[in-house]
Every structure is written in C-alpha cells, then in structure tokens.
Write a protein that binds this ligand. Sequence first.
Ligand SMILES: [Zn+2]
Ligand SMILES: [Zn+2]
Length: 354
Amino acid sequence: MSFKISCQGATSITSFVDFLWHKLTPAVSDTIWEKMIIKITGDMRVTCPAFNGNRANLEKHILISLAEEENFDNYWQYIHDPESFFRTYTEKHIKMYCSGKGGEKIKTFFKICLDDIKNAILSATHESTAVAKDTSSTASEWLDLFCDYLGNKLIFPRRDLISIEHQEIKDMEFLKEAMSTALDPAMKKVEQNFSSRNIDEMFPEIGKILSKHLCGCWKQCPFCKAICTNTIPKHDGDHSVPFHRPRAVNGSNWYRTDHFVIDCCSSLVASDRLFALTDDCNIPYKNYRKAGRNFATWNITPDSSTQPYWKWFVCHFRTKLEEKYQLKFANRGQIPDEWAKITKQYVLDELKKQ
Ligand SMILES: [Zn+2]
Ligand SMILES: [Zn+2]
C-alpha cells in the first residue's frame, strides 16, 4: 500500500499515526498469537501429567490410557506406528486442554499478553517522543527509537515503515497524543481479531513444541516392536529398552507353524532357540546381532522377567490378535494360565508405580 503525504501539520501527523497503526495492529495480533502458543504449551507441560516429563513418562501415560480404553485399533496403531500414535495422542490432549479447563486460562493468557503489548507500545511512544523532542529528530529517527524501545516485545519489521519515514514531524507532543488516543481502539480491534480466529489453528504449533520436548529415538525392537527409550534421536551406540514384549504382540510365529511366539525377546536371547531370518536361514537368538543391521544395532539384555502389562494385553486381546495375524495361541505358543490371572487393575497399578 502506498502512502502519500498530502498535507503538513496536524493532518500529516494524523495520517502518519494512522499508517503506523495500520501496520502495528496486525503485528500485535501475530505477536499475541505466538505468545499464546508458548503460554498454552508451557501450561500444558505443567498441568498435564502426560507432558510434564520425558518421553518415557509420556509413554507410561499412553500405556495407561490404552489399557483404560481397551480399544484394539488404538493398540494396533501404537504397536505398528508409534510415532503417528504419539502425534494423535498429543493432538487429542491439546484439544482436551483447550476445550476443558484450559479454555478459561486461554482467556486470561490473552488478557495478559494484550496488556503487556499495550504497555510496551505506550511506553515506547512516551520514551521515543521524550528523546526525539530533545534532539529535534526526524520521523525516521523517531521510528528508529520507537522500534528500539519495543525491542523483542513486538514482532514488527521496521522496513514496513520506510514509506512514512521521510515525513516531517514538527509537533512531537501531538504525535504522542495521537498515538495514545489510537491505542484503545486498536487493542479492541486486536481483541476482535483474536475472537474471530479459530483456536484450532494453534494446535499444530503447540504439538510441534510439545514433541520437541518429548523427542527421542523411534527405533523399534526388531523382535517385539518395543520403542527404544533413548531420549536423543539418532543417538550413538545401541538402541535399547528396559522392557521387551512377548513377540506375539508383533505377530511373530514359530518357524513353519501358525503358532504365536509368546516369549519375550529378552528371554529368547538367553535361550538356545533359533529364529528364522529367511526360509533357509535360521539364527540362534543368542547371536541375534549376526542377523543384520536392524538386529546388530540393538542391545537386548537377557532377562527372564516380562512386564505384566503385555501379558494382560495378550490375554485380553487373544481373539483379536489371532484374527488379525491369522495365528494361534497353541502348542509352544499357548498362553500360560498365570497370565490370565493378571487383572487390568493390577497392570495399571504397576504402571502408575513407575
Ligand atoms: Zn524386543
Ligand atoms: Zn535408539
């Protein structure tokens, strides 16, 4: 938009101020939007237990909610595409936060952000006018001072103002008054802009910041699909996870049978059993690293204990697992009787203790 200086004096200052606010108002709206995203994310990280720790903590909450919901399709997504499941879970929680008790907080955050910016503009106007008055500055110098005083409180490109910087400003006091008078109506406009925008537009940004805090390695155990718990993506050294799962979770079967493998990879690597890499290549679990890259980069510590969680899962969803993988819990893949005694309450309590 071009700006023409048509007259001098008061009219000229008024049009200078009009132009300036024409540029300031959208910048205020954008700045508040950005600040709100940071405030909401920060509050979610404090008030939502799933997001107030590292990814291991988030995963614990995910396992709890999966068990509470007992929805097999959700488990399926979590097992086979954990990254997308984590994303969906996070989005759901952002939505819940914003529509629930976070809704009232959002209004308060907005008021705080708006007041902060309003005060910043007001004091930048006063400070820059005071300095400019003493040094009989030009419009360009006043604008420099004004932008300097605003500093990083407002994302506002000074270059947007070059079309008015050559204007002559004789009455600095009038400029200050005109700026201050325009402040309240401008803030009203910002408020209207905000209430007409859909808060959902913030969700992807909030999600991005949350996942940055909860980042980590996404590699899954080649035997059981448990997710590596290293908090650094592309970390050095081997992938590892403290608890592996019964291989049936991942749909593994004993060689040339349709029987599930219900053993955990951590106990298999301590056994003399073999696994089939291809039809004519069987490798002892003990030497799993020899099976190639996906296997060689994992450190699977021999351990005979299994978390009750996945035993409960296998029992609870046995029919679904059989249907989905077209395999049976039979013979060597028969589910031990003790597994059936594990209750959901017990596995939830165990998880919550962690
Ligand atoms: Zn495993
Ligand atoms: Zn890893």
